[in-house]
Design a protein around this ligand. Structure first.
Ligand code: SAM
Length: 122
């Protein structure tokens, strides 16, 4: 099974200049833990998680640009899910933005999505 065939939630994104409070609200309201940060063309710039928001609050940071992780581990639509599962394990993360060849964000794949897939098979 390939990444593009996996059922997943629609991706919620944010922008580098978005207020951290709004980002926190998006995380809570959508019950998610990862938000890809994109520019006006939808091109991936970073990723922000609830952990990053907690860190920002702890350190008194207010700019998302300073808080997001800029070197993002990604997934591609034509990759086998198994390969992505191994990447998740290797980097100790739990969500990867799915991007096309222009680095445009198409979706997100999380450890939760993969667990659901494995759960269905058993
Ligand atoms: N093990 C936890 C998890 O799976 O979420 C925490 C991992 S680590 C301490 C959290 C950091 O990883 C955050 O700073 C976050 O921005 C970063 N991170 C999360 N997903 C990422 C991804 N796909 N690529 C790069 N960094 C990522």
């Amino acid at each position: 099974i390939l990444v593009r065939e996996l059922e997943s939630k629609p991706v919620i994104v944010t922008h580098p200049d978005e207020d951290i409070k709004n980002v926190a609200r998006k995380l809570v309201e959508n019950n998610i833990n990862h938000i890809p940060v994109v520019d006006e063309k939808g091109i991936l710039q970073g990723i922000v998680t609830s952990w990053d928001i907690a860190d920002a609050v702890a350190k008194g940071k207010t700019s998302l640009r300073d808080v997001m992780t800029k070197k993002v581990i990604i997934a591609r639509e034509d990759e086998p899910v198994e390969v992505v599962a191994r990447r998740i394990d290797k980097y100790d993360i739990s969500g990867l933005p799915i991007v096309d060849s222009d680095n445009k964000v198409k979706g997100i794949i999380t450890a939760e999505d993969i667990s659901r897939l494995v759960g269905k098979k058993i």
